[in-house]
Design a protein around this ligand. Structure first.
Ligand SMILES: NC(=O)C1=CN([C@@H]2O[C@H](COP(=O)(O)OP(=O)(O)OC[C@H]3O[C@@H](n4cnc5c(N)ncnc54)[C@H](OP(=O)(O)O)[C@@H]3O)[C@@H](O)[C@H]2O)C=CC1
Ligand SMILES: O=C1O[C@H](COP(=O)(O)O)[C@@H](O)[C@H](O)[C@H]1O
Length: 576
């Protein structure tokens, strides 16, 4: 029983999930009341072991609706750990954040751990350890994190308890003795009568990945329980460096112990893509080269590098956004239907589609770099990329890129997949846009505009389908309109968790569905490395574009050459 604590639940285990029955009445804690519609351990939600209608009785029907076995198993696994722990059997969990003094830790990882703790999604006895070189105390970390945590009234006591479950250990990333010291601290915090699981989150610069993972392997692995290691991009710099890192990691950990995070895989609409595609016959039948003209995947940010220029200049927009976040969206949009919703079946399909994509060529690429707008509305927008003191004055690093990828398989041959991403643009937006072919044999006096199906990842999650409609009334003319599924209208009460909350919870539960596998990463680098080497080796000059605009016009020309038609005639009634 103990060994299954927070491990992925197999179907065989499901029947044993709900024991012991006497624990049923102890499940609701005040902390659990604050949960919105995500997952709740209400006493009613735990059926008795003899209850054969366990699934249908579950009030978390929102997940059942999605028919995603992974999510159902996750919920069951969470219930199981809760039941076990309450009955005195469960294990302990320590979550260690390397780089605890850093930006990612304060902005995302600590706030995420707080949210999971507050919502009772992780066991109450979970402890959080921070580790970094700086001489800090938990109070200092807390102060750094507080601006990124919005406390609701009534949460103060739980918040205090959360910080009481935190510890901080100071140490370097290169000295084995410092990791031994950490291990002692972890062991002291564990309960030697229970199974003790450990999660290590590497919120660290890639320069120290190798040594820190080696030291973790040699000194900090859980002795009675499992160990899982979460790493953040960059997973290498190009195909060779990534392969080196992967080899290093696979020499230390099994694939099951490794969680490569791509936070876009934790976003609601990205997770929705599987349901949209494979649970709607409406789309399944027309999701191919016969119906679709082009696919565009877009990321736009309305601000520049904001002091992160030093980091960004080493990376550029292609490594920062396209090679990972947008490529993951492409995989989910283009892959074949997996044999099941199991993590490996899904990742197998992603790898299969990646293998059919040739490396990107320079002809299929437009690069840009933002310059300041002297009339900009604020100080930031008056500054160009190279005005950042941490950026070399002769930098040719692209802050904008539009690329076209080709998928050479039966479903997609001839359909361009256009990816565009940029900083300092006119708006914040991430979306997938499927543009359909022209209507053949038009019978109307006016040419219908192409249909578009748009999945807006952010902001304001929505799915809308741009379509032609008869103008209402006596008239027989047609106009562009839309079928609109705006989440804030349709699911007004839904609480959509942050991407990191979903993903870190997945790590506790042992679900790798939304994490990047080694072979997937290898294919991603195969597609992107040649273009990166070409533009960096030849110092290809990016096209300047003004801060706050849509980016270089050449990107629109590239899209137009690749079967994306923009008419500019559509208008949206945003007052609805
Ligand atoms: N549920 C909702 O909330 C809905 C909201 N809307 C909103 O209505 C507005 C318009 O809808 P949208 O689908 O974007 O339709 P648009 O016709 O405005 O834009 C469609 C596409 O054309 C691109 N484009 C824009 N200008 C040009 C240009 N000059 N040359 C080439 N391509 C261009 C856009 O790129 P780019 O992104 O770079 O501008 C986008 O990819 C949006 O703000 C949208 O969010 C619409 C329907 C439903
Ligand atoms: O990975 C990254 O993503 C962020 C954008 O994330 P979002 O969730 O706010 O869309 C981006 O700003 C950053 O440069 C990049 O490293």
């Amino acid at each position: 029983m103990l060994s299954s604590c927070f491990s992925a639940v197999s179907e065989q285990e499901e029947s044993a999930l709900f024991s012991p029955p006497e624990a049923k009445n102890h499940l609701r804690s005040p902390r659990q009341e604050s949960l919105g519609g995500i997952l709740s351990f209400s006493s009613e939600s735990v059926p008795s072991p003899s209850d054969s209608t366990a699934d249908t009785m579950d009030p978390l029907a929102v997940h059942d609706d999605c028919n995603q076995k992974g999510l159902e198993l996750l919920i069951k696994s969470l219930k199981k750990i809760q039941v076990e722990y309450q009955s005195g059997q469960g294990c302990t969990h320590i979550f260690t954040i390397f780089g605890a003094s850093g930006d990612l830790a304060k902005k995302k990882i600590y706030p995420t751990m707080w949210a999971l703790y507050r919502d009772s999604l992780i066991p109450e006895n979970t402890q959080v350890f921070g580790y970094a070189r700086s001489d800090l105390k938990v109070e200092d970390i807390r102060k750094k994190c507080e601006p990124y945590i919005k406390l609701k009234s009534g949460e103060e006591e739980t918040f205090e308890k959360f910080w009481a479950a935190n510890q901080y250990v100071r140490g370097t990333y290169d000295k084995r003795t410092d990791f031994e010291h950490l291990n002692h601290a972890l062991t002291r915090a564990e309960d030697n009568k229970r199974e003790n699981n450990r999660i290590f989150y590497l919120a660290l610069p890639s320069s120290v990945f190798m040594e820190s993972t080696k030291h973790i392997r040699e000194t900090c692995m859980a002795e009675r329980g499992w160990t899982r290691v979460i790493i953040e991009k960059p997973f290498g710099y190009d195909a060779d460096s990534s392969e080196k890192l992967s080899k290093h990691l696979s020499g230390l950990f099994t694939e099951e112990q490794l969680y490569r995070i791509d936070h876009y895989l934790g976003k609601e609409m990205v997770q929705n893509l599987m349901t949209l595609r494979f649970a709607n016959n409406l789309y399944t039948r027309s999701w191919d080269r016969d119906s679709i003209a082009s696919v565009t995947i877009t990321f736009k940010e309305p601000f520049g590098t904001q002091g992160r220029g030093g980091y960004f200049d080493q990376s550029g927009i292609i490594r920062d956004i396209l090679q990972n976040h947008l490529l993951q969206i492409l995989c989910l949009a283009a892959m074949e239907k997996p044999a099941s919703t199991s993590p490996d079946d899904i990742r197998d399909e992603k790898v299969k589609v990646l293998k059919t994509i040739p490396a990107i060529t320079i002809e299929d690429c437009v690069l840009g770099q933002y310059v300041g707008d002297p009339n900009g509305k604020d100080e930031d927008s008056k500054l160009g990329y190279k005005d950042d003191d941490t950026v070399p004055k002769d930098s040719v690093t692209p802050t904008y890129a539009a690329l076209v990828l080709r998928i050479n398989n039966e479903r997609w041959e001839g359909v361009p997949f256009i990816m565009r991403a940029g900083k300092a643009l006119n708006e914040r937006k991430a979306e997938l846009r499927i543009q359909y072919r022209d209507v053949p044999g038009n019978i109307f006096s006016k040419t219908p505009s192409r249909n578009e199906l748009v999945l807006r990842v952010q902001p304001n999650e929505a799915i809308y389908c741009k379509m032609m409609n008869k103008s209402p009334g006596m008239s027989f003319t047609m106009e562009e309109s839309e079928l609109d599924l705006t989440y804030r209208n349709r699911y007004a009460d839904a609480k959509l968790p942050e991407a990191y909350e979903r993903l870190i919870l997945d790590v506790f539960v042992g679900s790798q569905m939304h994490f990047v596998r080694t072979d997937e990463l290898r294919e991603a680098w195969r597609i992107f490395t040649p273009i990166l080497h070409k533009i960096e080796g030849e110092k290809v000059q990016p096209i300047p574009y003004k801060y706050g605009t849509r980016g270089p016009k050449e990107a629109d020309e590239l899209a137009a050459k690749n079967n994306f038609v923009y008419t500019g005639t559509y208008s949206w009634n945003s007052d609805l």
